[in-house]
Design a protein around this ligand. Structure first.
Ligand code: F3S
Length: 284
């Protein structure tokens, strides 16, 4: 049995950068709190906890005088509330997310109604929308716009950084079809990040050759879910967080197993899954 890793997988530059910044501050200060999880990955959180990085869910739970904002970023309002409490911010917002935030701000200031193609409940999307100062919505359903009392004439369209590019293109095409009337103005900015594109392309390429794909990552990680979604179209796919979820029966009759991992999955977890598959393959 052949076990092959995708050419691009695991921790992206944005999450690595955020971890690096927080680790440095935690070691210097003997610990630090992060507002929300730094990465949607339990293994990464546990490693950081060992050097004093504590996750707080709410601004009111912050106990120290410094807090780190995750790579997903937050709205300017959240930043203001933290500063009003005289708490210093260590901002690890990923530069790709920052680009989307600034695009939302620029569009809203230019009187465009901002439409973010993404999961409205996701922390990154909420933050990006916050930069549009309430002048926008987030949705994965182009029909939502039709439900507004009046479809805005000027629309600025962005994407959550971890969405599937082809799906964003489809969304935009449908919006063009349904909104390009009465002097409409559409401004489209592609804010899907390069790491997401590279991981998705590499995962599909491998899935086309493999008869089973394992996607390693958290079920709460947006980009991990997108990888699993894409691979499942091509071949049998399972999403696993750790080796404990792998069932030996999955491997029966399989010759070529492909591995990919979300942008917040660390190398150690990937190596553990590979070692587990190798051990199981020997026993078949
Ligand atoms: Fe940034 Fe893309 Fe990673 S937005 S945090 S590089 S998945």
């Amino acid at each position: 049995m052949r076990i092959e890793k995708a050419n691009e997988l695991g921790l992206c530059f944005g999450v690595k950068r955020a971890i690096g910044i927080v680790e440095k501050v935690a070691r210097e200060q003997g610990g630090i709190e992060t507002l929300g999880a730094l990465a949607h990955n339990q293994q990464v959180i546990e490693k950081l906890a060992a050097i004093g990085v504590r996750v707080v869910k709410d601004i009111n739970d912050i106990q120290g005088d410094t807090v780190a904002i995750s790579s997903h970023g937050v709205s300017p309002h959240v930043e203001e509330v933290i500063r009003a409490k005289h708490i210093k911010i260590i901002n690890t917002t990923c530069p790709s997310v920052r680009r989307a935030q600034l695009a939302a701000q620029r569009l809203a200031k230019a009187s465009f109604f901002v439409v973010v193609y993404g999961d409205a409940k996701h922390i990154e999307v909420k933050g990006v929308l916050g930069w549009a100062d309430g002048k926008g919505i987030a949705t994965l359903d182009e029909n939502l716009l039709k439900k507004l009392d009046q479809v805005p004439r000027r629309l600025g369209i962005l994407s959550q950084t971890t969405q599937i590019p082809e799906h964003f293109t489809e969304f935009v095409k449908k919006l063009v079809d349904s909104t390009l009337t009465k002097n409409a103005e559409l401004y489209i900015i592609d804010t899907i990040c390069h790491s997401t594109r590279k991981r998705q392309t590499a995962a599909i390429k491998l899935a086309e050759k493999a008869d089973l794909m394992l996607v390693i990552g958290s079920r709460t990680s947006a980009n991990t879910n997108r990888l699993a979604e894409l691979c499942a179209v091509v071949t049998k796919t399972y999403l696993v967080e750790t080796t404990e979820e792998i069932k030996p029966s999955w491997l029966k009759g399989k010759q070529h197993i492909g591995i990919t991992a979300g942008a917040s999955t660390d190398e150690q977890t990937i190596n553990e899954v590979v070692a587990c598959l190798e051990a199981l393959a020997k026993g078949l």
